[in-house]
Design a protein around this ligand. Structure first.
Ligand SMILES: Nc1ncnc2c1ncn2[C@@H]1O[C@H](COP(=O)(O)OP(=O)(O)OP(=O)(O)O)[C@@H](O)[C@H]1O
Length: 285
């Protein structure tokens, strides 16, 4: 009697979903750690175009996580969704233990004060000096004496490695690398628990990018701030990130570089084992 092969064929044609552990992890790194960002079953979409679906993702306190993925996989959309600039149509996003969809008014502003964002283009106010740019969130959220706010701005200028006179300059008077540092200083203005960076080294020369990477690592160590960083820069991933979150098939897969090297997915393998991935790995040896 002939065997029916149809069900097996149907099964074979379906792409297998990766079997992930809690929070999209390949290997369980929770170990009792505090989860500062927790996404469960998240869907984002624009009309019928679903960008993320059933996405789980945990970020632990104090770590630096790099967010990567092919062009158009939704890195920027995910970042914007987490910081509340885009809505999500399914699932939950908890930031610092609070479901962000429940935040309104004063509570929403209080959460904003605990997070810092460096947008890809810096998003500095061109008509304001660097000092006044840094003061904007301080005035909005805390409202201190003018001189105290200026002192805080000076501290942040120094913290990101800018010379003191950079505070008096307008963004247009700074180099691209300095503008990025100024934008980072503003993101740090309120001593956030969580820092989001959108392609922070894009447009920097390799030396400038390496210096920026060192700065990010130093800030993470000295301030204990948790960092989620969208990046295309493989050198940054190797130099500063504790774990990498890869956007694949509308979901996130998170692991260390070693764990991802062992993950059998064509994009991941090409990304880390392609010529650029190998060069970045070699540079770290
Ligand atoms: N405001 C919007 N309206 C409609 N579609 C959008 C909007 N913003 C983003 N998208 C779509 O969402 C998808 C993901 O975009 P996103 O910019 O997040 O990708 P990305 O991974 O950051 O890409 P890249 O690496 O090229 O910057 C794209 O298909 C994009 O066209």
């Amino acid at each position: 009697m002939a065997e029916t092969a149809a069900p097996a064929k149907e099964h074979a044609e379906k792409p297998a979903s990766p079997k992930l552990l809690e929070g999209g992890q390949l290997v369980d790194h929770r170990d009792g750690r505090d989860v500062v960002l927790k996404l469960r079953g998240v869907r984002t979409q624009f009309g019928d175009n679903i960008i993320h679906d059933n996405l789980d993702f945990d970020v632990f306190r104090g770590e630096i996580v790099g967010l990567v993925g092919g062009s158009g996989t939704g890195k920027s959309v995910l970042l914007r969704t987490i910081i509340g600039l885009n809505g999500h149509t399914k699932g939950t996003i908890e930031m610092l233990g609070v479901d962000i969809s429940t935040l309104h008014g004063q509570a929403e502003r209080a959460m904003q004060a605990r997070t810092g964002v460096q947008f890809q283009d810096g998003a500095l106010f061109s008509s304001l000096s660097v000092t006044d740019n840094i003061i904007v969130p301080v005035r909005e959220h805390v409202g201190l004496e003018e001189q105290t706010m200026r002192d805080i701005a000076a501290l942040k200028v120094a913290m990101v490695g800018l010379p003191p006179d950079a505070g008096d300059k307008k963004p247009s008077e700074l180099s691209g690398g300095m503008r990025k540092r100024a934008s980072l200083a503003r993101a740090l203005a309120l001593d956030p628990d969580l820092l989001f960076l959108d392609e922070p080294t894009a447009g920097l020369d390799p030396i400038g990018a390496a210096h920026y990477d060192e700065l990010v690592k130093d800030l993470n160590k000295s301030l204990g701030v948790t960092i989620l960083m969208v990046t295309h820069d493989l050198d940054s991933l190797y130099a500063v990130c504790d774990r990498i979150a890869v956007l694949l098939d509308k979901r996130v897969v998170v692991g260390t570089i070693d764990e991802l090297l062992g993950f059998d997915h064509p994009w991941v393998q090409e990304y880390f084992r392609g010529p650029r991935g190998r060069a970045a790995a070699k540079q770290q040896e």
